[in-house]
Design a protein around this ligand. Sequence first.
Ligand SMILES: [Zn+2]
Length: 215
Amino acid sequence: MSRTPAASFDRNTVYLESLAWIPDSPHRSRIVILALTAWVLGFDLLWALSSADEGSLLYGLIDEPAHLATCGIALILVLLSGQILSRTFVLSALLASVVIDLDHLPQHLGVETITAGTPRPYVHCALAVILLCVGGLVLPRGRPLMFGVAFGFAAHLARDVVTGPGVALALPFSESAFRLPYLLYGGALVVVAGACLASTMPGSLRSARPGAEQR
Ligand SMILES: [Zn+2]
């Protein structure tokens, strides 16, 4: 039996009942996406205008909240698509989207053991995401956790490939940096935010549809 996205979202609300900060309707979700996008693009623009180095520790004050926001936007988009996400998955993804950067600490302390020869530490690679996905498939009990961490890592890498020196995605097979233009990331956020804005405007097709949820 098929179900509507709104119905799926309502089930998510019940499932994620203790996470009060998760928007409890598609309408509020789109508002949150707009706010997160404005946050990310606004601070990225300020940093770019300052011409400061993206390798400095200070950049973390801009970058880590932006990673968290990017993961949050991706999670909300998944929820809006009608998927049901467990609490463990959501929390794991959000935490992993920032915790992965702890592997930079040795480098800042002068230890290059997990950084030598690459633009970012070794955990920053596609293999880490793949191994977590395989682990989730092999170990059903740990699936929400592993899939959640994999989601968070993937969301993190999506931003890292457009900032700083890029990411050696193909580690351990290649140490070459993979770098895409920031415009792709920023443009994707703008497109998503634009779609959210259009669907929250009075008179939009979605809000005009009988029964469309506007809580
Ligand atoms: Zn990173």
